[in-house]
Design a protein around this ligand. Structure first.
Ligand code: NDP
Length: 399
């Protein structure tokens, strides 16, 4: 069917690329391009024998001209951005210049401020419309599948959704005292920021980890979870009709939190550069360098994840509750694609999002969040490509 250029070759990209190769009718040819080309070549070698033709390239995705040259050379139908949130705008600029569709899994974040906002990418709406190309923002799990779940609930079960609680539980154990399951810099920026939720049209801010709840997760059991700010709250608050409140909770174990507090207290999570032996270094980037590489956690991680959304609202004048979630097993993911469930649950929807554009199932010029498209084909694809979902109409609610 077509060609995809995949930028980045880390944990998430590794899964998405495996999945593209399993889906070679759609992804006839891919180019894996990243800062460190040797990682792209190693993955290509691992996937030798796949029907999908694989090319590799070195690219600095902070450089628009390099990206344009790469896109012009490879001529992809879609660019799948699986580098870091800092590269979103340069990659979008290159897509605009070459009139190529764009997909990512995380919203743009400036390097010097930990701020999760869509405003920078939404500012590209008119330009993408004029160029006749599509940008699909946030095609991971959260954001991503959580938006698809919301659109699905709205389409099939509700006239109005009043409350959404997104619950992200990772009950995996990697055996290290402290490690992060995806890029440590992005992960620590996310969890050490203030929390917030959307209520009655405004943001309510909380201190980091201020709001704690205990939830009994299906197939996992009771876990402590904490309210965080999360990027999909911003788009879902606007795109879901009738919404009064939307919150995001993530589970953390006590050991993770104690280590994080300690690292924060000594200044290791700061993103302010400091001078060390005549060189400017960012403490958080240094910390990333000494922590285990998330890609190395795969073989050691056991247990499951459960990520889903609980909706409360009205259907035909009656109150209604609906819970839809996916349970994923770390070791099964590792057996299939060689990585743990956090990368898996992000990489599979990234491949599916790219497939939706490549097949023309989702189309239209402009910049879109995932919940703006018809959820049904994506929900079917989740079942087909390794993230089957389950539903309940009588779930435990979060106080
Ligand atoms: P990794 O750090 O494992 O991988 C990032 C990759 O991007 C690396 O290959 C890195 O190259 C490459 N890269 C970084 N900077 C550049 C650059 N300037 N030019 C070219 N390549 C570059 O991260 P993850 O795979 O864990 O995460 C990937 C993305 O997925 C992130 O944006 C993250 O926020 C997002 N994510 C989304 C989730 C969701 O559910 N929506 C969940 C988890 C992650 P190098 O190898 O040289 O370092």
């Amino acid at each position: 069917m077509g060609k995809a250029l995949i930028i980045g070759c880390g944990g998430v990209a590794g899964v998405a690329i495996h999945k593209c190769c399993q889906n070679s009718d759609v992804f006839e040819e891919i180019c894996i391009a990243s800062r460190t080309k040797s990682k792209c070549d190693a993955l290509k070698e691992k996937l030798k024998g796949s029907k999908t033709k694989i090319k590799t390239a070195e690219v600095n995705a902070d450089n628009v001209e390099e990206l344009i040259a790469l896109i012009n050379d490879f001529q992809p139908d879609v660019v799948l951005n699986l580098a870091l949130p800092y590269q979103d705008l340069t990659i979008m600029d290159a897509c605009l210049a070459t009139k190529t569709n764009y997909v990512d899994t995380a919203n743009y974040e400036p390097l010097d401020t930990a701020k999760f906002e869509y405003k920078w990418q939404w500012a590209y709406r008119e330009k993408f419309k004029e160029a006749g190309i599509t940008a699909l923002l946030g095609s991971g799990f959260d954001p991503g599948v959580t938006g698809v779940f919301s659109a699905y609930a709205m389409k099939h079960y509700f006239d109005e959704i009043h409350y959404i609680d997104i619950l992200d539980c990772n009950a995996g154990d990697h055996g290290y005292p402290f490690a992060t399951n995806f890029n440590p810099e992005i992960n620590i920026r996310e969890v050490s920021a203030n929390g917030s939720y959307w209520e009655n049209g405004t943001w309510v801010e909380t201190r980091p980890m201020e709001i704690k709840r205990v939830y009994n997760f299906p197939e996992i059991g009771e876990k402590d979870m904490y309210l965080l700010h999360h990027e999909e709250l911003e788009s879902l608050g606007l795109n879901i009709k009738g919404i009064k409140r939307i919150r995001f909770f993530m589970t953390f174990g006590q050991s993770y939190l104690t280590h994080l507090k300690c690292l924060e207290n000594v200044g290791m999570t700061s993103i302010e550069p400091i001078e060390y032996e005549g060189k400017q270094i960012v403490p958080l980037q240094f910390l990333k360098a000494v922590l285990p590489d998330p890609a190395s956690l795969g073989p050691r991680t056991v247990g499951k994840t459960n990520i889903g959304c609980i909706f409360r609202g009205i259907k035909d004048g009656k109150e209604k509750t609906y819970y839809v979630y996916n349970v994923c097993d770390h070791q099964e993911c590792y057996k299939e694609v060689g990585s743990q469930a956090i990368s898996y649950t992000t990489g599979v929807p990234a491949m599916i999002g790219a497939m939706m554009l490549m097949k023309g199932i989702w189309k239209g010029p402009g910049v879109f969040n995932i919940e703006e498209f018809d959820p049904d084909p994506f929900m079917d694809a989740l079942n087909q490509w390794g993230l089957p979902w389950k539903e309940s109409f009588d779930p435990e609610l979060v106080e």
